[in-house]
Design a protein around this ligand. Structure first.
Ligand code: SAM
Ligand code: SF4
Length: 357
């Protein structure tokens, strides 16, 4: 096993590769890929004369999906994982867009799980299509799964995701537990005025079902570029609310220095809560993550303004050693941290659905 050759100029060593396998999605989350211009501007009135003198359009936004031949094939993804593992990566997360929209995902999971050195293989999904693939994913070697569910109220769920499907996601979570995925995680992005009234209900849901729930601060990665600081419910506020309601014990983070969540256990030992606060409490100093987009570009930060296109190497005649050398050199230039809140912050053009959350 490699000792970790993906070391950046700040001394951080990359161990975690997140791979987006498609930019497409069957949901239209307001904070990611909103259905309409009006949905993207969910917090403004329809006729906001100051910022926008015209009404926001109700027409579906036409997204520019990548043509399929521009997406990495499963062979190319497998090759990238092998090369990354040879450089010290040991954690792989398959994400998207919605990864379960891509045909034959269990085949990809099988290929990746068979690579010696992949210690941890996980997937992030909205869960809507999980039931039809669940057994095959498990059999193929998927170890962990994270579902995104921001609301327990079907009406609010539809408002936030643009789709009806809350019952399917709840059923998917139950199925994942039955199949032995451990832990089963649920991610909820918290947005002021939209779902912050559901914090306690979501936490109770996690406790009752022994889930690992992560509350995530809303980040400026929405395709509508409508993010505003006022909409972020800070990690601190979330924690205060939860402590007022539940008996929680902090979990010692020293076992995993790259941990992004501030974790808390319920006093009765059932389930776990975590708060991920990249906006108000950045954890860039111990970030060990790299991202590979569905079209073969490496991003060294969620908020990178520069991407490194590996397609010409992958589809040219580059050897594994040449691609490895390129990765090593890309990682050296990893940003010290994101600039949210700084005067010079620029939101990346690509959204979470392309980057892979
Ligand atoms: N479609 C899958 C899903 O929703 O789980 C996987 C991809 S999605 C981009 C990955 C994660 O990014 C989800 O948990 C989602 O809630 C989160 N996400 C998307 N946009 C976000 C934003 N603007 N701020 C914070 N989290 C965001
Ligand atoms: Fe799709 Fe996930 Fe983005 Fe929602 S957060 S629109 S489910 S990619």
């Amino acid at each position: 096993m490699s000792t970790g050759q993906l070391r950046d100029s700040h001394g951080r060593v990359m161990r975690d590769l997140r791979i987006s396998i498609t930019d497409r999605c069957n949901f239209r989350c307001l904070y990611c890929l909103p259905e309409t211009e009006e949905a993207a501007n969910f917090y403004r009135s329809r006729f906001d004369a100051v910022r926008n003198p015209r009404p926001f359009s109700l027409q579906p936004i036409q997204y520019d999906w990548k043509p399929r031949d521009r997406l990495l094939t499963y062979e190319e993804i497998e090759r990238m994982v092998r090369i990354s593992v040879s450089l010290g990566v040991d954690k792989i997360r398959i994400t998207g867009g919605e990864p379960l929209l891509r045909k034959g995902v269990p085949e990809l999971i099988g290929r990746v799980s068979a690579i010696p050195g992949v210690r941890d293989l996980a997937m992030t999904t909205n869960g809507f299509l999980f039931a039809r693939h669940a057994t095959a994913l498990r059999a193929a070697g998927l170890q962990r799964i994270s579902f995104s569910m921001d609301s327990l109220d079907p009406v609010n769920f539809k408002k936030m995701t643009g789709r009806e499907g809350q019952a399917e996601v709840v059923a998917a979570i139950a199925l994942a537990r039955e199949l032995g995925f451990k832990p089963v995680k649920v991610n909820a992005v918290v947005i002021r005025g939209l779902n912050d009234h559901e914090l306690e209900a979501l936490a109770e849901f996690a406790r009752e079902r022994e889930l690992t729930l992560r509350f995530i601060e809303f980040m400026p990665l929405d395709s509508g570029h409508a993010w505003q600081r006022d909409l972020v419910v800070s990690g601190r506020e979330i924690l205060e609310r939860l402590l007022a309601r539940f008996d929680l014990t902090p979990i010692d983070p020293s076992g995993n220095p790259a941990e992004t969540a501030r974790r808390h256990a319920f006093a009765d030992g059932r389930g776990e809560l975590g708060i991920i606060a990249p906006v108000t409490e950045p954890f860039c100093g111990h970030c060990n993550r790299l991202r590979l987009t569905a079209d073969g570009r490496i991003r060294t930060c969620l908020f990178s303004l520069q991407e490194h296109d590996l397609m010409p190497l992958l589809r040219g005649d580059a050897t594994d050693a040449e691609i490895a050398a390129r990765l090593v050199s890309i990682v050296q230039g990893k940003e010290a941290g994101h600039r949210i809140g700084q005067a010079d912050f620029v939101q990346p053009a690509r959204t979470m659905s392309c980057i892979g959350g």
